[in-house]
Ligand binder design. Structure first.
Ligand code: GDP
Length: 437
């Protein structure tokens, strides 16, 4: 009875648990409360913290990457011009603190040094992909720390990739297509036609169409300026149709009319960087810095980083649900992974032990074989030695016999000789006696 009563009350209490947002009522306020200042609080906090923005410039050496950055930010960033003799592609990263009104911006410009300068360009995209991944990995490591300080962390993830296309007027180079394809799921790509003063107006229109169709047919996803926010939907929609922007860079200021303007002067005339009839530089600056900088930062976090993080965590064995579609707890995943790891470790240890035993057995057998061979060799040598000794003894015996025989013969000969000399002496006496008589 009691158990029944208990279970009943438990069910009732579950029924009262309300999900956030469910059954939410709108109530009028009798007077000013003050939370309408929240947006201002947010702005103030963000302004005092400062912002960061990271641009990656990908393009062949000499396409005007450094010049364009100087032109965009109206300053002269230091940096040596790159040579065409690099053995491979390297990424050069520089961070600058910029201040405009009361807003601080930590700007990082990463440039590809040596891109397109090698005979074999097959792996040119790899250092770029590795660099982008390394920034994601650093952020993930910071996120996974127990004591993380993300607000003070210098976020080096790439927010925008300006892809510099050479003004050939033909089509995209295969290096460009391959590189953009490898990067499109990792970074917001904004393609731009560099040094567009080198291409005529009619050629430029055709070139833009050609580039766009090649990107579409090769499935390369470039960054689209967002049209979901009403305040910027119109301008962004229009600008999407102008991609890729054809830009010109110059830090040189020339007097045009009675104004100083950024321009490039040629024997036949002047190209004005900020003149929309001459190039799309203003459109690029508007889209990249003045309208969509925050969207680029957000897309980097919510799309590209999220994808990297998901793949990385899945690779590490983490899942949101178990095979029965129940939520997977971090603890369980960790323990499962730990047990799997310990199991593998034990298996490896056992394998190594077996291998060690096997090796010891093999070595023992080898040593036994060697010992046996040594014994056999020793026996052989011993027998040889005995035979040799016996032969020498026999020879010695026969020599001793010969010596004895010789000695006997010598004694006999000496005896014979003394006998004969005695006999010879008595005959001489007899002959002397006979002569005297
Ligand atoms: P990077 O190696 O890609 O950084 O190229 P640089 O910015 O060092 O520029 C290489 C050369 O191209 C320099 O002599 C620049 O003056 C020149 N340059 C830069 N931008 C333009 C441009 O828009 N048009 C033309 N014609 N030349 C440019």
């Amino acid at each position: 009875m009691e158990a029944e009563a208990n279970s009943g009350s438990l069910e009732d209490s579950w029924a009262f648990i309300q999900r956030p947002g469910e059954g939410c009522r709108t109530v009028p306020l009798a007077g000013h409360v003050g939370f309408d200042s929240l947006p201002d609080q947010l702005v103030n906090k963000s302004v005092s913290q400062g912002f960061c923005f990271n641009i990656l410039c990908v393009g062949e050496t000499g396409l005007g990457k450094s010049t364009l950055m100087d032109t965009l930010f109206n300053t002269k960033f230091e940096g040596e011009p790159a040579t065409h003799t690099q053995p491979g592609v390297q990424l050069r990263s520089n961070t600058y603190d910029l201040q405009e009104s009361n807003v601080g911006l930590k700007l990082t410009i990463v440039s590809t040094v040596g891109f397109g300068d090698q005979i074999n360009k097959e792996d040119s995209y790899k250092p770029i992909v590795e660099f982008i991944d390394a920034q994601f990995e650093a952020y993930l490591q910071e996120e996974l720390k127990i004591r993380r300080v993300l607000h003070a962390y210098h976020d080096s993830r790439i927010h925008a990739c300006l892809y510099f296309i050479a003004p050939t007027g033909h089509s995209l180079k295969s290096l460009d297509l391959v590189t953009m394809k490898k990067l499109d799921s990792k970074v917001n790509i904004i393609p731009i036609i560099a040094k567009s003063d080198a291409i005529s107006k009619s050629e430029l229109t055709k070139f833009k169409i050609k580039i766009t169709s090649e990107l579409v047919s090769n499935g390369v996803q470039i960054y689209q300026f967002p049209t979901d926010d009403e305040s910027v939907a119109e301008i962004n929609g229009t600008m999407n149709a102008h991609l890729p922007f054809a830009v010109i860079g110059s830090t040189e200021e020339l007097k045009i009319g009675n104004k100083m303007m950024k321009a490039r002067q040629y024997p036949w005339g002047t190209v004005q960087v900020e003149n929309e009839a001459h190039c799309d530089f203003v459109k690029l600056r508007e889209m990249l810095i003045r309208v969509n900088m925050e969207d680029l930062r957000e897309q980097t976090h919510s799309r590209h980083y999220e994808l990297y993080r998901r793949c990385k965590l899945e690779e590490m064995g983490f899942q949101d649900t178990d095979p029965d579609s129940k939520p997977f707890s971090l603890q369980e995943t960790y323990e499962a992974k730990r047990n799997e790891f310990l199991g593998e470790l034990q298996k490896k240890e056992e394998e190594m032990r077996q291998m060690f035993v096997q090796r010891v057995k093999e070595k023992e057998a080898e040593l036994k074989e060697a010992e046996k061979e040594l014994h056999e060799k020793f026996d052989r040598l011993k027998k040889l030695h005995q035979d040799e000794k016996k032969k020498l003894e026999d020879k010695k015996k026969s020599l001793d016999d010969e010596v004895n025989a010789f000695k006997q013969r010598k004694t006999a000969a000496e005896l014979l000789q003394s006998q004969s000399s005695q006999a010879g002496g008595s005959q001489t006496l007899k002959r002397d006696k006979e002569k005297k008589n």
